[in-house]
Design a protein around this ligand. Structure first.
Ligand code: UDX
Length: 475
């Protein structure tokens, strides 16, 4: 993206934008805004993270992020700080991008969100637009307004104009949920299907619609609770699509149908669409599991029956058990057998292992007494920190080392590089040529022709009986 594309649409006098929290959402958002021509101050209270970012090294893998970070450290349009209060004082538009982890009861933990709101309240040195970017349950914006009034010295009122407000300057709160996919965060920032703006004043609406105008995409303007709920509903619907196809996948196995063909056959209906119909070992990651739980919890708080989503969660939780049962079906006894695991990240394109299904598979196989040989193109450092190497947990440097003496290869993450593996070489390295494909990454006939016993999710264990769509029809 070159500067000219956007920067001529920003009046030079615009105050810097402040982004609080420089994680998987905050850093791509900060750099995306810098690329749009805005001056951005990023702040995070994790000093080590800020030091890495200042050195041009994001503390997580995201395609294109390092290049954009280096570019805007150089252009001066992005400045990372440890001092959150200083960043707040410098900015007028303030994005909240801090974590909203899940509590034991499923509720979203909004402690970090309130903490930054208190910092804003104590640093109201001019009009502030406080924008929820992190995923928060509906009516959080109301709490943010209360918090700012409660903790600021001059008791300003939301939406007040400086002319008639009390001594303190005015502020607004807005909701602008992110829809970034890890591994595609910059693509999703610059080419969103839509931008959602939950606002409660004309001033906030004008600021946000002007900010996102360069993206030339539909902008949904609504109130804050609706915008907050859109985010939860979007993730819940996507999770439901995944659990739906996984539920159908289990039946496909019983009747000899091909779930890939079912997905193509229903996905060509433009009311359904082909995406998020990939059957496998289910969804993981920092978003879907916690957002679904938080959405269900919010509904329960208001006495609304969300049992449909509870079933979505239940189907997803069962995937690990079904996958391990498939491994047992392939190998009979598991104890003491070396198994090769290909992929650890919760999906391809990221090094993130939070809520990764692979971690649950590892736990189940360790209980069976297996020896596990692990490899992932990006997620090895984070996994090793969580699960240190032992004589039964062996971290390998390549898929071929994983295959050495293995009684089966288990495909857990759909990295593109696994698609191009030398099957003959893998087969010769293995003790037993069994491949259990948790993401239906491989073509069954190709794998079987290479001499493997091949097991996958929802596809016949014989020659594929599914619909062979012509290239024009493939998704
Ligand atoms: C998701 C939403 O897509 C994004 O809009 C939101 O902002 C954050 O949460 P992300 O969690 O990064 O993004 O990953 P996504 O690509 O949505 O995949 C989520 C999980 O679903 C992964 O574990 C993936 O393996 C799984 N998945 C996805 C399937 O099992 N089948 C599919 O068809 C698609």
């Amino acid at each position: 993206m070159n500067d000219d594309a956007f920067s001529n649409q920003v009046s030079p006098g615009d105050a810097p934008i402040c982004v609080l929290g420089l994680g998987h959402i905050g850093l791509p958002t900060a750099l995306g805004l810098a690329e749009l021509g805005r001056r951005v101050i990023g702040a995070d209270d994790d000093a080590a993270k800020v030091r890495l970012i200042r050195a041009g090294e994001p503390n997580f893998y995201e395609p294109g992020l390092t290049e954009l970070l280096v570019k805007h450290l150089k252009s001066g349009r992005f400045e990372p700080l440890e001092d959150v209060a200083a960043a707040v004082r410098a900015g007028s538009i303030i994005f909240i991008c801090v974590g909203t982890p899940q509590k034991a009861n499923g509720q979203a933990d909004l402690g970090q969100v309130e903490a930054v709101a208190q910092v804003v309240a104590r640093n109201l040195n001019g009009y502030k637009l406080l924008i929820e970017k992190s995923t928060v349950p509906a009516i959080t914006a109301q709490w943010l307004k209360r918090t700012i009034v409660r903790y600021s010295s001059g008791k300003p009122q939301p939406g007040d104009e400086p002319a008639h407000s009390s001594s303190a300057p005015a502020f607004d709160v807005a909701s602008n949920p992110e829809f970034l996919r890890e591994g595609k965060a910059l693509e999703d920032f610059f080419h969103p299907n839509r931008v959602v703006c939950g606002v409660e004043s004309d001033r906030a609406r004008e600021i946000l619609t002007k900010l996102y105008a360069p993206l030339n995409c539909p902008i949904v303007v609504t109130n804050t609770s609706t915008a907050e709920l859109i985010k939860h509903a979007a993730n819940a619907f996507l999770s439901m699509k995944i659990s739906f196809i996984n539920m159908v996948s289990d039946l496909c196995e019983k009747v000899g149908a091909d779930v890939g063909a079912v997905a193509r056959g229903i996905g060509l209906d433009n009311r359904i669409g082909p995406q998020f119909l990939d059957a496998g070992i289910g969804y993981g990651g920092y978003c879907f599991p916690k957002d679904l739980r938080a959405f269900i919890h919010l509904a329960e708080e208001h006495g609304v029956d969300f049992s449909l989503l509870q079933e979505v969660e239940h189907i997803n939780q069962n995937r690990v058990e079904r996958f391990v049962a498939k491994v047992r079906q392939a190998l009979w006894n598991l104890g003491g057998k070396p198994l090769g695991l290909l992929g650890l990240a919760f999906k391809a394109g990221t090094d993130d292992i939070r809520e990764a299904v692979s971690l649950k598979v590892i736990e189940a196989l360790r209980e069976e007494g297996c020896i596990l040989r692990l490899y992932d193109p990006q997620a090895m450092p984070l996994t090793q920190r969580l699960i240190p190497p032992t004589d039964k947990i062996i971290y390998c440097t390549s898929p071929y080392e994983v295959a050495q003496g293995a009684h089966a290869l288990l495909l857990l993450t759909e990295w593109e590089e696994f698609r191009g593996l030398d099957l003959a070489r893998l087969r010769n390295l293995m003790e037993v040529p069994v491949l259990v494909d948790g993401r239906n990454l491989f073509d069954p006939d190709t794998i079987r022709q290479a001499g493997f016993e091949y097991f996958s999710m929802g596809r016949p264990d014989t020659k594929s009986a599914g619909l062979h769509s012509t290239p024009a029809q493939t998704k």
